[in-house]
Write a protein that binds this ligand. Sequence first.
Ligand SMILES: [Zn+2]
Ligand SMILES: [Zn+2]
Length: 372
Amino acid sequence: MLKDSELIQIRRDLHKIPELGFQEVKTQAYLLSIINELPQEHITVETWKTGIFVKVEGQDPKKTIGYRTDIDGLPLTEETRYPYASTHEGQMHACGHDFHMTIALAALESLAHQPADNHIVFMFQPAEEGPGGAEPMLRSEPMKRFKPDVIFALHIAPELPAGVVSSRPGLLFANTSELFIDLKGQGGHAAYPHLTKDMIVAGSFLVTQLQQIVARRVDPLDSAVITVGKITSGSVQNIIAEQARLEGTIRTMSPQAMDRVKVEIEKIVAGIEIAHDCSATIDYGSNYYQVENNPDYVDKFAAIAKDSGVTYREASAAMTGEDFGYLLKEIPGFMFWLGVDSQSGLHTSHLAPKEEALAIGARLVVNGLRQL
Ligand SMILES: [Zn+2]
Ligand SMILES: [Zn+2]
């Protein structure tokens, strides 16, 4: 097992070089530099785009256990002032994927020296934050050779103390979809509204009407969220706007609710086109399938966590999204939260996970891979 100081060094090296989805070139090279130094006797390494598959042959295999880490950073300017802060301007490991990679490397190092009974496959997956790497990696050619029978992954949890992990059987993360709606009408002089089709008015109606979907179209016991986070329209105070763009996100607790919400959005947008005499286009951008944990594996994992001296807590489901859901759609398994005790949350410029959680996570993942 790597020493605590080695884990911290790897994490800091990776933290300095965050890269966006499918641009993780330096990250991939760094990961390979560590992987290539391991004993190669039992391992097979194959790259896929900016990702990597590594298989460790088991000693007495009954199945293949998969472990996935995401490897990308976010388009965010770091404000931590750490000496090992991001050296890539405007990019940061603000979702803890530097932690995730370090823990995966630590587990791989342990297994490469001393293989488990079962085969183990590590997936270093690009582009979790967008446009989504899990689904294409699942459909990739190398996956045919590496496909595991069970798979798990972790995500850091800033709100939990180090030494605590949590998960739950069933739904952990929501179905998510981006939402982009473009409206096009007829601009003109602010004093002659009757000669124009005002897209600020149309866009405002649309935002209000979208709220009705959650309130009146989705089963209250099957929650949904529609958030419009950004509107762009208009150029100056005395010109009626010709275009409007709404950008938002949809979150639901079931894939059926996601389908329902989209149908309702399309109906409302069609109504806006008629009522406001404009044309509209809808783009759902990237979509993530829900993270649905297998109850039996969650139970086994909870027991392994307790045996590893880690406190296990039952999590509640969250409306956040994770493209790991695509892997769990086809391969049974689970995701768990690893406590890292940071005042600042995920996707913030001050995220500061406690590095003592690295060794805790690494030990737990190794035990999971050896015992599941
Ligand atoms: Zn994230
Ligand atoms: Zn993340």
